[in-house]
Design a protein around this ligand. Structure first.
Ligand SMILES: Nc1ncnc2c1ncn2[C@@H]1O[C@H](COP(=O)(O)OP(=O)(O)OP(=O)(O)O)[C@@H](O)[C@H]1O
Ligand SMILES: [Mg+2]
Length: 460
């Protein structure tokens, strides 16, 4: 990772510095050429206005002006390339063929005075004047070369510094990243070793690593919840199914021990059968709750009209309500579409109606509502029976919890547990409240957002 950083940084640094170098040198070159060209123009003008002699004088003056160590090169030669004035010993061999821009190599032969071992480059423009004489203006590139070399070495140093910084930065960064990955690994190992309560550490910065850790934590929470649910179910089964099974067993044993007549055998078998039915019902209820809690069967989810469903369930319970001498009033709205499991929602509503019938005296009033309330669809069942004391409203949602007041009624204490599991599964809020008198249970399903609704109708 550090190398990758350094490579990327190095490359961009190199590109940027290369560009600077390129623009600087081309600017310098242009500058030199402009100066040479304007000098050449001035000398040509001198020639045109004042003639060759005047030009010869001017060239000699200019050549002498800079002294020994000048960068300026001036040459004036007659048509046969014999030098008339200038600061080179002779007209350069290479330039005898024609006029124009050229690069000159100045050796000791040409210019003894300067650095003896040095071979220098010069840029020169030569022209042949109308009378046949040759004129050359040049510039020693020594200074320009020096500047270029200086720039180049500066750039290399800069590049070195960039690379070093990039490498260091990359190391620090990747060290930090690796350290955080290692922390996640460390926690994962601890969790695998059995410390299921451990959670990924968060740095609090909210960056991608924090989001990863947060998601892993949510996943672990969910797993823990499911495992606890599973453990609870197992515990519940162990505790609450043991007694009916034990009763069943002792009844069967005593039936075997004693000699009954046919009718008593029959009665015993019938009792046994109804007890087995009860055990099976409890099993089914437990299983359904576990499935709802685990979010199984999400594939059965359909767009369902809660109003329609409420009417169906109400119709199903009408005979039982009438048998109790109770009355059922319904307030059912239109277009209450939500996405969910028809079977589970219907079962939850059935459990609520069953409770309202069971735990109220004869002749009670039961109300069933399915309406749209701001941002939600509300499903409620209320009665005017004894209700549930506020302190017990949380507790009755637990599995197998039955209040003492209702012990005389059949039941296993699983009805409201399923209601809660169904509510959670559908992200609905479940509320038990006082109906003055009686109990009101409300399920508040979040309203489908429009894009979900579209999806839902497409699925239909
Ligand atoms: N409408 C109600 N009025 C008064 N008490 C209620 C009402 N509904 C529930 N309860 C109390 O809450 C307890 C739990 O209800 P829940 O439906 O979970 O179990 P159950 O009705 O006892 O058994 P099951 O529904 O499994 O047959 C009941 O035993 C009862 O004491
Ligand atoms: Mg019930």
């Amino acid at each position: 990772m550090a190398l990758l950083y350094a490579g990327l940084f190095g490359f961009s640094g190199f590109a940027a510095l290369g560009f600077i170098y390129w623009t600087t040198t081309s600017y310098l070159e242009e500058q030199t050429d402009t100066v040479i060209r304007s000098e050449m123009n001035a000398l040509r003008e001198t020639y045109q206005i004042h003639g060759l002699n005047s030009l010869q004088r001017t060239v000699a003056e200019r050549a002498a002006a800079g002294g020994e160590d000048t960068d300026h090169i001036y040459l004036l030669a007659n048509p046969g390339y014999t030098l008339l004035a200038g600061n080179l010993p002779a007209w350069p061999e290479d330039l005898r063929r024609g006029a124009g821009w050229a690069r000159l190599t100045l050796t000791e032969r040409d210019k003894e005075a300067r650095d003896e071992h040095d071979v220098r480059e010069a840029r020169a423009l030569s022209v042949t004047l109308p009378g046949g004489a040759h004129l050359l203006v040049g510039r020693d590139l020594r200074e320009r070369e020096e500047l270029r070399e200086h720039t180049l070495s500066t750039l290399f140093w800069a590049l070195g510094v960039i690379l070093a910084l990039a490498l260091a930065g990359g190391l620090i960064l990747s060290r930090g990243v690796l350290r955080r990955i290692e922390r996640i690994n460390h926690t994962s190992r601890a969790i695998m070793a059995g410390h299921l309560e451990q959670r990924m550490p968060l740095s609090g910065s909210g960056d991608e690593f924090d989001q990863l850790a947060q998601n892993l934590n949510l996943m672990l929470d969910q797993i823990e919840r499911l495992m606890n649910g599973l453990r609870e179910v197992t515990d519940n089964i162990a505790h609450d199914l043991r007694s009916p099974l034990t009763r069943l067993k002792s009844r069967l044993e005593s039936g075997l021990r004693e000699t009954f007549d046919g009718a008593r055998y029959r009665a015993t078998l019938e009792q046994t059968l109804s007890e087995v039915d009860g055990v099976l019902a409890t099993f089914n209820a437990l299983l359904r709750i576990a499935q709802a809690e685990a979010g199984a069967h999400r594939s059965d989810w359909v767009p369902l009209d809660l109003g329609e469903l409420a009417r169906d369930v109400a119709e199903l319970y009408q005979p039982a309500i009438e048998e109790q001498g109770d009355t059922l009033t319904t307030h059912i709205g239109e277009g209450l579409v939500l996405h969910g499991s028809r079977e589970l929602v219907a079962q939850a509503l059935a459990n609520l109606l069953d409770n309202a019938i069971k735990y109220t005296p004869r002749g009670s009033r039961i109300e069933l509502g399915a309406t749209r309330a701001d941002g939600a669809i509300e499903l409620s069942v209320s009665d005017n029976g004894p209700g549930i004391p506020a302190a017990a409203r949380e507790r009755v949602l637990e599995r197998f919890v039955r209040l003492d007041a209702s012990r005389h009624q059949p039941g296993s204490g699983l009805g409201l547990s399923l209601v809660r599991a169904v509510a959670n599964l559908h992200h609905a809020a479940l509320e038990l409240s006082d109906h003055h008198p009686g109990l009101k249970v409300t399920l508040r399903f979040p309203l489908l957002r429009s894009h979900q609704a579209k999806h839902v109708t497409l699925n239909r």
